[in-house]
Design a protein around this ligand. Structure first.
Ligand SMILES: Nc1ncnc2c1ncn2[C@@H]1O[C@H](COP(=O)(O)OP(=O)(O)OP(=O)(O)O)[C@@H](O)[C@H]1O
Length: 279
């Protein structure tokens, strides 16, 4: 549904942010997009939305080049940006102004989601806190029923109970026809929701695996709990060694996303080899 082929992009002429990027994203998934600050996550969203154009290669959404900004594509794709502007309107006027762009918009879904988030839908946007504004945008994004929903750091600014509500709401809105791509640094907020995991680093996708593939091939443990020979990656914390090893014994462990991210970004080749040789 989203096909990126040999895409190169840079803001400056002589400096490429992405170089020959290949990526295929299919419906029925809630992708987690991880990368260090400046890795290019927001830029990738802009390219998919047709807000930035590839310098080389292509980015196709539903078979159309995203740079063409085809209206049929735009009515089925929604970007919740990390930084956003909301006009000086009541929530209902905001809804009235934007909903007509989305043919599958469902007003009941919008109100139900706001009620779940404890935001009064009869309120005014200017009177809301940052977190409440974000909840309005999340609710609106879901109510558009767009087939592709891109969310840039959606849990930033949400309070603790809202983060688990967010996971619940996204999971209940996911379907075989939709693609969610959620970029985040708050991996703990989204553990158990995002799958597959994509990691971008230095202009390329260094990791793109489903959680099943990850737990099949890797084991996440503490050296004190299970002895791992030749760990792929380890971190020492107070009194503990957190380890990623090869899952040679067929053990079922929980993915430690923070550890995985640190491992893949510090030694991408090691992880690439594991997933290439074992697949
Ligand atoms: N409009 C712009 N003009 C020039 N450079 C830009 C522009 N927008 C982003 N960049 C640069 O492109 C790189 C990627 O930025 P981007 O915002 O896509 O990263 P990100 O992965 O989303 O980062 P973060 O996790 O900090 O939000 C950064 O080095 C940034 O400085």
């Amino acid at each position: 549904m989203i096909e990126i082929n040999k895409l190169s992009f840079g803001y400056k002429r002589n400096k490429k942010l992405y170089d020959q990027l290949d990526l295929k994203l299919v419906s029925g998934n809630i992708y987690g997009l991880l990368g260090q600050n400046g890795a290019g996550k927001s830029t990738l969203f802009k390219i998919i939305m047709g807000l930035k154009f590839p310098k080389e290669g292509s980015c196709k959404v539903f078979g159309y080049e995203s740079k063409e900004r085809n209206p049929e594509v735009l009515q089925d794709i929604f970007l919740l940006a990390e930084e956003f502007y909301l006009p000086d309107l009541s929530i209902t006027d905001y809804e009235k102004a934007l909903a007509p762009f989305y043919p599958n918009y469902n007003p009941k879904q919008f109100r139900d989601c706001l009620t779940e988030f404890k935001v009064d839908w009869a309120g005014h946007l200017k009177e809301l806190s940052y977190g409440q504004k974000k909840k309005v945008l999340i609710a609106f994004a879901l109510a558009t029923n767009c087939k592709i929903v891109l969310m840039d750091e959606p849990t930033n600014g949400l309070d603790i109970p809202s983060k688990s509500q967010f996971r619940k709401i996204i999971a209940s809105n996911a379907s075989e026809e939709r693609i969610f791509i959620i970029s985040t640094h708050q991996v703990r907020d989204l553990e158990s929701l995002i799958d597959p995991i994509i990691i971008v680093d230095q202009g390329r996708v260094v990791f793109n695996q489903s959680c099943e593939q990850i737990t099949d091939k890797l084991v996440f443990t503490r050296q004190q709990e299970m002895s791992v020979n030749n760990p792929l990656y380890y971190e020492t914390a107070i009194g503990n060694d957190y380890v990623i090893g090869l899952n040679e014994e067929g053990v079922n462990s929980n993915i430690n996303l923070e550890l995985l991210f640190n491992g893949v970004t510090s030694e991408p080749q090691k992880f690439e080899e594991v997933f290439e040789t074992l697949s």
